[in-house]
Design a protein. Sequence first.
Length: 150
Amino acid sequence: MPNRVKLKKYANRRLYDMEKSTYVTLNQVADLIRQGRKVEVIDAKTKEDVTAFILTQIILEEAKNKKFLLPIPVLHLIIQYGDNILGDFFEKYLQQMITTYVAHKNAVDEPFKKWLEMGLDYSTMTDFTPFKSFFDQFSAMADKEKKTKE
């Protein structure tokens, strides 16, 4: 199965999967992307690449269903500055930031998941305190606050 799926967009807003010879919905296209596939969408009449438009449409549909996509101040900035500043930022940095975030999240989630699967109870391990110094800062601040209130 090739990594890239080619779709045609027709004037009636329908999307046609050229690989499977069938019409697909925006939800199905989103599922393909979640599976790691790349999509390319070409307008059937003009032969123009409309991939960015379709992907934006998918994001907006998902935002509509979840009632939230980006914080309102960020949406204001996107509208205010448009392609001038933000286009450059999105193209150069946002993809890299998201990719790095996902990689780090997976690097932390995997060991934690394995610990849970092993069923280890770290609360009984008195010598195992990797976050002790971190939490000690908060308990010291809480103690200090209690003393100032008294």
